[in-house]
Design a binder for this molecule. Structure first.
Ligand SMILES: [Zn+2]
Length: 464
């Protein structure tokens, strides 16, 4: 349908629906067709998504409560997939006026003058989505509007609402307005926001304007901020029909799936890098331990982005080794874990007394993660023959991020049980993968107090 005027639209019997009815209609159609509503969102199938769908079916505005890195923004943005591909609005309108019932002064005048000949434009889904990160500086002008001094200077009559420059909420009329970190809005601005979405009229610098907007509002907030007394005015809280709590991935597999999906992948990898499953589990375990750590600030949370960034750092460390040594096979191993400190440190807030302890906290988290994952796969008993080989005297293995596969030759030849362990971990039968298994065993046995580890300059030596 390509109507160009209000008259053509009328003759085509086009019906304009309120935004919530439109979202609901498209949701119903997708649910009936068995379509996936939030592609790329992992781990919310039985928790967050049903609640969101119920709220949308009920026509409720939504506030998503969750700590950082719980895909809140992505959920909000994917709501645009529930908008019609295109809807008609009066052409040139700043607030997407409904062709049959314009609310802005300009369009009311235009329709009065031109009637069915009034031109219309078709708006795509992306044109009907507005997003704002709330800060203490966010103003009424940003959200609602401001008297435009240029228009006043042009000699417009001051009592004329044509002098208003509209803010983001009116510009999202007949669409989705998303406000992130809602509690960061000053109380005065919250009142303004409430007035425009609930009372449907606004005061701007003494101009009182009736603006019956049709907006679907979705907000996000940190749960602690949102429930803190005084951070959100009660009537605004009441406006949200549904409060949906997001969460971190509940299973290791979900978190691995998210990291694999989100990590940056370059298509010009000079050497392919393999991340063994046990190293993926360690990366996830680091994040999970950080989420329970008493010295890590849990109010803001530990994002899935920590896991993703650590994945990327581990990959890079293995690639760097291959580039420097000239090896053709790059497999992530325990020695590469030194690379996760920089990618973790900036993303967690430590509650230590002085900064020098920070690295120690992270170091301990990494060691605990290795130990936990090791114990999930192996008992010390099943590696008794390997430990015995060390005990037989003078056997040591030196490890380090820049050591080549070839430098492990003696260990690969002489230590018993490596192939068995490699098969158990389901790793490919290649020298570099076997070295990765070897390092995992050595570190696990060391953390279980079966082997000693002596740190040297940039390397370490395991021995009896
Ligand atoms: Zn208009």
């Amino acid at each position: 349908m390509a109507a160009h005027t209000i008259g053509e639209l009328r003759r085509a019997e086009y019906r304009v629906q309120p935004i919530k009815a439109e979202l609901r209609r498209n949701l119903i159609r997708k649910l009936q067709a068995g379509e996936r509503l939030f592609p790329g969102i992992v781990g919310y199938e039985d928790s967050v998504i049903p609640q969101l769908e119920n709220a949308l079916l009920a026509g409720q505005d939504i506030v998503l409560l969750g700590e950082r890195g719980q895909a809140k923004s992505r959920l909000v943005r994917s709501l645009t997939s529930l908008l019609d591909e295109a809807v008609p609005a009066i052409a040139g309108c700043e607030i997407n006026d409904n062709p049959y019932a314009p609310i802005c002064r300009r369009c009311r005048d235009l329709v009065a003058e031109r009637g069915d000949e009034t031109p219309i434009a078709w708006l795509g889904a992306e044109d009907r989505y507005g997003e704002k990160l709330a800060t203490p500086d966010t103003s009424i002008a940003d959200l609602i509007g401001e008297v435009d001094p240029i228009r006043v200077a042009e000699g417009r009559y001051l009592s004329d609402e044509l002098v208003i420059h509209y803010g983001l909420v009116p510009r999202t009329n007949r669409g989705i307005f998303a406000i992130n970190e809602l509690p960061d809005l000053a109380e005065r601005i919250q009142v303004g926001l409430l007035n425009i979405i609930e009372e449907r009229d606004v005061q701007i610098r003494g101009f009182r304007i009736r603006l019956p907007l049709d907006v679907f509002v979705v907000a996000t907030a940190n749960p602690e901020d949102y429930t803190n007394r005084g951070r959100i005015i009660t009537p605004l809280k009441d406006r949200f029909g549904a409060q949906v709590r997001t969460h971190y991935p509940r299973s290791v597999d979900d978190e691995i799936a998210i990291a694999e999906q989100e990590r940056v992948v370059f298509d010009d990898m000079p050497v392919p890098v393999h991340i063994p499953q046990h190293m993926k589990e360690i990366a996830v375990e680091i994040t999970h331990l950080a989420r329970r750590h008493p010295q890590i600030n849990q109010r803001s949370g530990v994002s899935v982005r920590v896991t993703t960034a650590n994945y990327e750092s581990l990959t890079s460390s293995a690639l760097r080794r291959a580039l420097i040594t000239g090896e053709k096979e790059a497999v992530v191993r325990i020695s590469d874990l030194a690379a996760v400190t920089p990618s973790t440190a900036g993303k967690v807030e430590l509650d230590t007394w002085d900064g020098t302890e920070d690295d120690q906290v992270l170091d301990k988290v990494v060691r605990s993660a290795c130990s936990n994952v090791f114990r999930r796969h192996f008992s010390a008993q099943e590696l008794a023959d390997l430990v015995q080989r060390f005990d037989q005297g003078a056997f040591t293995v030196e490890v380090g991020p820049l050591m080549t596969t070839e430098s492990f030759r003696q260990a690969l030849d002489e230590l018993p049980g490596l192939d068995r362990a490699r098969q158990k971990l389901d790793e490919p039968d290649t020298p570099a993968s076997t070295v990765a298994v070897l390092e995992f065993l050595l570190e696990g046995l060391h953390l279980g107090k079966r082997l000693n580890k002596t740190a040297l300059e940039g390397t370490a030596v395991y021995g009896a």
